[in-house]
Design a protein around this ligand. Sequence first.
Ligand code: PRP
Ligand code: ZN
Length: 293
Amino acid sequence: MTQDRLHIAIQKSGRLAEKSLELIRSAGFRLNRSASDLTYSVENAPIDLWCVRDDDIPTFVGDGVADFGIVGRNVLAERASASGADDPIEVMALGFGRCSLRIAAPESFAYDGPKSLQGLRVATTYPHLLKRFLREQNIDAGIVTMRGAVEVAPRLKLAEAICDLVSTGATLEANGLKALTTVLESEAVLVRAPGPMRPQVAQVGESVVARFRGVIASQGAKYVMMNAPRSALARIAEILPGAGGPTVTPLSGRDDAVAVHAVCQESVFWETLEELKAAGASAILVLPIEKMM
Ligand code: PRP
Ligand code: ZN
């Protein structure tokens, strides 16, 4: 735990824990787990990972105790201070851990827009976000703050509705609840401490950000190659999903045809290949991309 190592706080257990480690490994960092299970050290870069409760991550990163954190936007938003001055800064969305903070009530609840919540009690572990939502909607409702297991609140008659994270929807269903409206869309995000990076770790910090961007960009991206008549180039560029300008190179001994290479940021479906073929392309290859920077 020396000061010349970059400190990244990640969730110890829960929905983001495994995926966070996977992202770090995909970025080429080799992890050694400590005997205590509370930290990992990166073998091939000056980085330590701290495994902590997700609710503590915004505080650690906000105070600069950790340089970076991987945390749900929901946790970050709930902890955000009124001034925002000492809050962690979101560097990028990480594309996993998608879920939404929703208001839900028993199946039988007659819902006709947020005003149906007027005068009721809503149980949640997200009192700040709920309060803001109710204020924005001009609803006067009671907030019952709990530490967990809010899905049981309606059955225990502690509240008429709940405001909780929904990912697959299994928890709501198992408890006879239905979602009424969404308060916040969330996913895992990379956050950094406010203010300039510590000089000892600035370089490795930049490398972490660049590699994470590369991992995320290459997910789902494909390298597409084909031969095509010159005359079809404009049409082919239209068909290629999420590609910048494709690279066009001459084919030896052919004036009328070229090779086209492109990085496609979106999925390439069979339908896309059929359209390319119909436009005159041949020898179409779609390849996975392993790394990108
Ligand atoms: C959330 C939420 C629900 C569950 C919903 O808890 O409180 O219990 O996930 O997921 P589902 O729609 O897939 O059933 P989480 O596991 O994030 O734990 P925490 O909020 O206590 O950290
Ligand atoms: Zn939690």
